[in-house]
Design a protein around this ligand. Structure first.
Ligand SMILES: Cc1cc2nc3c(=O)[nH]c(=O)nc-3n(C[C@H](O)[C@H](O)[C@H](O)COP(=O)(O)OP(=O)(O)OC[C@H]3O[C@@H](n4cnc5c(N)ncnc54)[C@H](O)[C@@H]3O)c2cc1C
Length: 310
């Protein structure tokens, strides 16, 4: 077996995956190859740890079109492992590559390491209530969600091979007729440093001025639970946090009127400081919180804003 390969359609995810790749390289003593479609990033990828970079050039704008080529590279190299960014697209592509090579696939791994002669991964189960440890035989494909690893430190003195590969053949059963970008309303909360999250403890849409007021004094972003976005449509869908929404990692996360069901907690577990305000002292959010205030948000939050303004 030879080679640890990394692929993502997003270059910042590729950089983060290089940290996982570097850990594997220490154990396996095998080179890291990066497959990318980004023509500008080759040298920075080498500085971050890649020993080889293959830039796929082709006219298809459907990322999965490149699955056959990625499978070919993996097979030719007799590679040990392919790490793919666990985005929706990445998981589609990983499944295609795994099926065509008939190798094991683990999705949504939070961590990856070598254990004896296996790849060992962990991932959250039951909405984050349990951690599942799995072992998969070499060769294997593993998807890792974005932001599971920090980017490594660059070393500009590193040397690596860069190859450009023109891809002219792909599966033509799917063609892309049009690409329509989603218009995001506001910032990306997955990168916010402070978050004020509102749940169904808020009674009406007009009352969103309360979390907005707190967010303003804190320099935070307003986020919400699923019901607020999907059922009430009071905030855009990209603002809801949880297992089926955004995963966040802020320094400060304040929940108001959020009960803290597992599906929501799965999205906030990596927050540094969690503060909860809820009338129900038995609400599960208090088990996850570093600081809790049992009280009515309509009374507590205006007082907090007043204090913070002072
Ligand atoms: C498959 C699946 C996936 C899901 N994915 C997600 C997800 O990604 N994200 C997500 O958020 N949910 C998700 N859910 C829904 C989740 O199970 C919960 O229903 C949801 O998170 C609850 O939202 P909430 O806390 O806003 O509402 P509730 O559970 O209704 O809680 C409201 C809270 O407000 C408190 N409250 C009421 N009035 C006040 C007041 N005046 N002051 C202070 N506190 C007050 C109550 O005591 C209560 O604790 C999912 C569910 C399923 C089945």
């Amino acid at each position: 077996m030879h080679g640890i390969w990394i692929y993502s359609e997003d270059i910042s995810n590729t950089r983060q995956l290089l940290t996982a790749g570097r850990h594997l390289r220490e154990s396996l003593n095998q080179p890291i190859g990066v497959i990318t479609r980004d023509t500008d990033a080759q040298s920075s990828l080498v500085a971050l740890g890649a020993d080889q970079v293959i830039v796929l050039k082709g006219e298809s704008s459907w990322p999965e079109s490149y699955a056959d080529e990625i499978a070919r590279i993996f097979e030719q190299d007799k590679a040990s492992v392919l790490i793919v960014s666990g985005t929706l697209r990445g998981k589609d592509l990983a499944a295609k590559v795994a099926a065509s090579l008939d190798v094991g696939l683990v999705t949504d791994a939070q961590s990856i390491k070598v254990s004896d002669c296996f790849i060992e991964t962990t991932r959250l189960m039951y909405g984050g209530l349990a951690v599942c440890t799995e072992q998969v035989q070499f060769p294997a494909i593993v998807t890792i969600p974005p932001r599971s690893y920090e980017e490594p430190q660059p070393d500009e003195s590193r040397q690596g091979n860069v190859t450009v590969l023109n891809v002219s053949e792909w599966d033509t059963r799917v063609t892309v007729n049009e690409v329509c970008p989603i218009v995001c309303q506001g910032v990306d909360i997955s990168t916010a440093r402070r978050i004020v999250c509102v749940g169904r403890g808020i009674e009406k849409q007009e009352d969103l001025t309360i979390p907005e007021g707190l967010a303003k004094v804190l320099g935070a972003e307003v986020a919400c639970t699923r019901g607020i976005a999907e059922d009430y449509h009071w905030l855009p869908e990209e603002r809801y946090i949880g297992i089926s929404g955004q995963k966040v990692k802020p320094e400060l996360y304040i929940a108001m009127g959020v009960s803290g069901q597992v599906q929501h907690l799965a999205g906030i577990r990596e927050s540094k400081v969690i503060v909860a305000i809820d009338t129900n002292e038995k609400a599960p959010i208090f088990e996850a919180a570093d600081y809790g205030i049992v009280g009515n948000l309509y009374e507590v939050v205006p007082l907090l804003i007043e204090k913070l303004q002072k």
